[in-house]
Ligand binder design. Sequence first.
Ligand SMILES: *Cc1c(COP(=O)(O)O)cnc(C)c1O
Length: 372
Amino acid sequence: MKDSVTVTQPFLPPLEEFVPYLKDIWERKWLTNNGFYHKELEKALCEYLKVPFISLFTNGTLPLMIALQALDITGEVITTPYSFVATTHALWWNGIKPVFVDVEEKTGNLDHNKIEAAITPKTTAIMPVHVYGTPCNTEGIQKIADEHGIKVIYDAAHAFGVEKNGKSILTEGDLSILSFHATKTYNTAEGGALVCHDEKVKKLIDYLKNFGFAGEAEVLMPGINGKLDEIRAALGLLNLKYLDSTIEKRRQIALKYRLKINDIPGITILDETPDIRSNFTYFPIFINEKEYGINRDKLYEKLKSHNIYGRRYFYPLISTFTPYKDLDSANPDKLPIANKFANTVICLPMHHGLNEDDVNNIIKIIRLECLN
Ligand SMILES: *Cc1c(COP(=O)(O)O)cnc(C)c1O
């Protein structure tokens, strides 16, 4: 029997193609601190992503924290509870109070219609997430931010390469963060980045990720170490060559899931968005127990019994975790949609390594279950 089918699988290029990069790094004897491959990758990513400036990081969480430092964010920040926990942790590490606001039924993204009611004199920014790579209502969010003179920082960890009407979603707001973690569509094993609009901000971010050094003997601010090394920058350059073909594989799988799952009573999938270039990183389905016959956790276990490992992204909600559960805004009565999403979601396996049998098998199990 085949090995287990997991929700994702890290993309790895052919090893023999990586060896020449390693040999070159060995010859250069330069392992980190804005080296050759670091610069090459920043250039290549600006081009691929159609963004003006990017600063690379050693993971996706440090850029979230540094974005807040770079823009002097303090007090309170409005954010979504329906995300990976790092989004809120970055606020906590900066001594900022997270204020949770509910999400939209259509996308799972922060509901821009509910933001204004949560703004107080202490609010300095909004930190939304493009969940599953679906763009937030960026226009609606920007309008509120402009009216109140506050910043917008997007956690775009799921939105690598996502475009709306041919324009990168990563240039929305003041800053966008990316993650190149092994589980994401584009990976450098661990890695991440900040996308910004101008050279001055890029410079500030580059100082902040290198202890605040602005020269050999000048430290401008209390920075941190967030640098990406040469080995992972080189892996990033190589992986970028394979990205479009892996996204295409994911697209085919998404197409098949959509076609075969769409009509199952009690299972909802998110709408397709025709003007969006998606990266097909996730395929979430939402289970209505009454109509489908069993609840989410039962289906999750059922899939597991067949060696298929979906993931309940994002469950539990961030607002239910110990450090945040006592905040006023964490009250579940104020977050009905986020709670519904968290309690009904399963992300189905979605990666370049799935074959047709795997996908058919997953669909078969989900369909059979609904006849019970
Ligand atoms: C993966 C992820 C992060 C954190 O990225 P790391 O690279 O693992 O530090 C942040 N936010 C979201 C929404 C993520 O999915």
